[in-house]
Unconditional design. Structure first.
Length: 120
C-alpha cells in the first residue's frame, strides 16, 4: 500500500475550491484518484523537465462533477511519487482558473519543498 500525503498547498487548494459554489463536489471528485494511487497505480501524465533529484511528478485530469463539463474543463491534480512508497499531493487547480495554474518552476519548487519539509 502506498502512503498518500496531502501537502499544505494541496489542502489549501481543495478548501479554496470547496468554498466556491461551482466546485462543491471536489472532495468526491478526487477520491477515485487517491484510491488508485493508494493501490500503486500512478495514473496521469508524467511531467518532464522538472530536474528533480528523485521521483516523478504526474498530472491527472479529473472531471468536475459540480459543473458536469467533463475532464477537459475540470481539475488538474499534481502529485509527486517518490521512493519508499510515498506519494505527495502537490496541488489541484481548475483548468478554467488561469491565475492558479502553476508553471514548471513552481511545480518543481513544491516537490522539492515537500522532500525537505514533509507534512505530518
Amino acid at each position: 500500500m502506498i502512503e498518500i500525503i496531502a501537502g499544505k498547498k494541496f489542502q489549501e487548494d481543495v478548501f479554496y475550491y470547496f468554498k466556491k459554489k461551482r466546485y462543491t463536489m471536489i472532495r468526491h471528485d478526487i477520491t477515485p484518484v487517491i484510491c488508485a494511487l493508494e493501490q500503486g497505480n500512478f495514473i496521469g501524465n508524467k511531467l518532464d523537465n522538472l530536474n528533480l533529484s528523485c521521483g516523478d511528478v504526474y498530472k491527472v485530469r479529473i472531471a468536475n462533477s459540480s459543473t458536469k463539463e467533463g475532464k477537459s474543463n475540470g481539475f488538474r491534480l499534481l502529485y509527486y511519487a517518490v521512493l519508499d512508497n510515498k506519494v505527495y499531493l502537490l496541488t489541484i487547480y481548475s483548468k478554467k482558473d488561469d491565475v492558479r495554474i502553476p508553471n514548471d518552476a513552481q511545480i518543481a519548487t513544491l516537490a522539492r519543498n515537500l522532500l525537505t519539509n514533509p507534512s505530518p
